[in-house]
Design a protein. Structure first.
Length: 434
C-alpha cells in the first residue's frame, strides 16, 4: 500500500473507532433511505418525572401467597425523556447519561439534541416511545431525536419495574407481572400528563403539543402495550393464567383490565391515539393475544420485525398478530434473517462490549443483530417511521408513495431507497377487513 494511502486508511479507521467510542446515536449511513435524514429543526431534550398516584404495587404481590385485601397501592413514578423541536440558535450539552443492559454501568450517548434548549414556537404532534423488558427511555434514542427534528414532540418512558436498574433479579416474575399490567396504562397516563402540560403556562411544553394527534411507538413489551392502547384485548385464557401456568401472567386477576370484551378495557381507548408503530410486539406467541382479541385494534399499525425473531417469534407471533388485526389497515416491514432487535435498539454502546465480571458475559447482544448492522436498521426504521407519522399524524398524503411498494425489492424499485439498497427487506400491507 502506498504510504499516503496507508496513512489515509489509518486515519479513517481511527475516526471510525473514535466515533464508536463516542457512542453516537445520530449516525446516518451513506446508503440510508431518503427519509432517514434529519429534519429542519434543531433539537432540544429535557427530563421530567410524572407521578401516577394510587396504582397497584405489583412488585409487592406474592403470587404464591393469599390475595391481600385491599391490594397494596403506591404512587407510580415515571421518568420520561422529552425530545422536541428547538428554537433557532439552540446550543448546550449534547451528551445523554444512560445505563446499559447490566443495570449498573452508566455511559454517555452523543447525538444532536441540546439539553434544556428553548422550544420552537410552534405546536407539534405527540409521539410516545415505550421500551422493552428490560430497557430504558434511551433504548430507542436514535429514532427519538431523529423524528423530533422533523416536527414532533417525542416522549420516551422509563417504565418503573422494567428498566435495567429496576428489574428485580430475585423475583423477576413480579417485575414482569408489573410490565404486563402497567405498560398500556403508563402510555395513556403519559399522554394525559403531556396534554395537561401543553396547557400549563409554567411548562416548556405550554402551547407546544397537539396531543389530539398522538402516536405510540413500542418495542417488544412496549409493542405489546401499544397494541393494547390501540384497542387489542387479551385472550381470556391469558388473563386467567397463574404463575404456575406461565411466566406470562399476573396474580389476583390484575390483568383483567385488559381482557377483550372487558368494559374497563373497552373504555380505555383514547381517541387522541391516531396510529401505532410496533417493533417486534410481544404477546401472540405467549398466548396473550389471539385472532379474536386483536380484531379490535382501532388505528393503523406499522409492524416492524425480523424474520428470525426467536424471542417473541415471527411466524406464530408477530406475523400472526399482523394478519389477525383485521379491524384496521396495517403494514408489516420485515428485515429478512434479523432477530428480535430489528430496527429498534440503538447501536451497542462501547462499554457494552466489556465482559461483566459478575455475569461473565457482555451486554452487547442485548443490542446487536447477528446479521444486520444496527445503524443500517435504525436508518431504515427512521425512514419508514417518518413516512408513517407524516401520513397518520400530519395527514401528508404524499407519504403514501413510500408505502406503494412491491412486497420485495429487486434492488431499485422502492421509493426513497438508493439503487440496490432495498434488498433484504419485505413490505406487506393489509386493509381493514382483510
Amino acid at each position: 500500500m502506498h504510504p499516503v494511502s496507508r496513512l489515509l486508511f489509518l486515519v479513517t479507521i481511527a475516526a471510525a473507532f473514535s466515533a464508536r467510542a463516542e457512542n453516537r446515536i445520530d449516525a446516518i449511513r451513506p446508503d440510508a433511505p431518503e427519509l432517514a435524514a434529519y429534519g429542519q429543526y434543531a433539537i432540544g431534550v429535557r427530563t421530567l418525572k410524572l407521578t401516577n398516584p394510587g396504582q397497584i404495587e405489583m412488585t409487592s404481590l406474592d403470587p404464591k401467597a393469599a390475595r391481600p385485601d385491599p391490594l397494596p397501592r403506591h404512587d407510580r413514578v415515571l421518568t420520561v425523556e422529552v425530545w422536541y423541536p428547538a428554537a433557532p440558535g439552540a446550543h448546550g450539552e449534547t451528551a445523554l447519561k444512560a445505563f446499559i443492559r447490566d443495570g449498573k454501568t452508566e455511559v454517555s450517548l452523543h447525538g444532536k439534541a441540546f439539553r434544556d434548549a428553548a422550544p420552537a414556537k410552534e405546536t407539534f404532534p405527540l409521539v410516545i416511545l415505550s421500551h422493552g423488558f428490560p430497557g430504558n427511555r434511551y433504548l430507542m434514542s436514535p429514532l427519538a431525536e431523529n423524528i423530533a427534528s422533523k416536527g414532533y414532540i417525542v416522549v420516551s418512558i422509563d417504565h418503573a419495574d422494567s428498566t435495567y436498574d429496576s428489574v428485580s433479579h430475585d423475583t423477576p416474575q413480579r417485575s414482569f407481572a408489573s410490565t404486563l399490567v402497567n405498560r398500556s396504562p403508563d402510555q395513556l397516563f403519559v399522554l394525559g400528563q403531556v396534554a395537561k402540560l401543553s396547557h400549563d403556562p409554567a411548562s416548556f411544553l405550554n402551547g407546544r403539543v397537539d396531543a389530539g394527534n398522538t402516536a405510540i411507538i413500542g418495542y417488544s413489551m412496549g409493542g405489546y402495550g401499544s397494541l393494547i392502547t390501540a384497542g387489542a384485548g387479551l385472550a381470556h385464557k391469558s388473563v386467567a393464567a397463574t404463575v404456575d401456568d406461565t411466566f406470562w401472567s399476573a396474580p389476583f386477576g390484575t390483568l383483567a383490565i385488559h381482557e377483550a370484551g372487558n368494559r374497563t378495557h373497552e373504555r380505555s381507548f383514547d381517541p387522541r391515539v391516531k396510529t401505532v408503530i410496533a417493533f417486534a410486539p410481544a404477546g401472540w406467541s405467549a398466548g396473550l393475544f389471539d385472532a379474536d382479541s386483536v380484531k379490535s385494534i382501532k388505528v393503523p399499525v406499522l409492524f416492524i420485525a425480523g424474520s428470525l425473531d426467536d424471542v417473541v417469534k415471527y411466524d406464530g407471533g408477530i406475523r400472526d398478530t399482523w394478519q389477525a388485526a383485521s379491524g384496521s389497515y396495517r403494514a408489516l416491514l420485515t428485515f429478512e434473517n434479523a432477530g428480535h432487535n430489528a430496527g429498534a435498539p440503538m447501536p451497542a454502546p462501547r462499554e457494552a462490549y466489556d465482559i461483566d465480571p459478575d455475569r461473565g458475559v457482555t451486554s452487547a447482544d442485548h443490542y446487536l443483530d447477528p446479521v444486520w448492522d444496527n445503524v443500517r436498521m435504525n436508518n431504515i426504521a427512521e425512514h419508514f417511521a417518518t413516512a408513517w407519522l407524516g401520513r397518520y399524524l400530519k395527514g401528508d398524503r404524499a407519504m403514501d408513495a413510500y408505502f406503494d411498494l412491491a412486497p420485495t425489492s429487486n434492488g431499485n424499485d422502492w421509493k426513497g431507497f438508493p439503487d440496490k439498497k432495498g434488498r433484504g427487506l419485505r413490505f406487506e400491507k393489509l386493509s381493514a377487513g382483510d
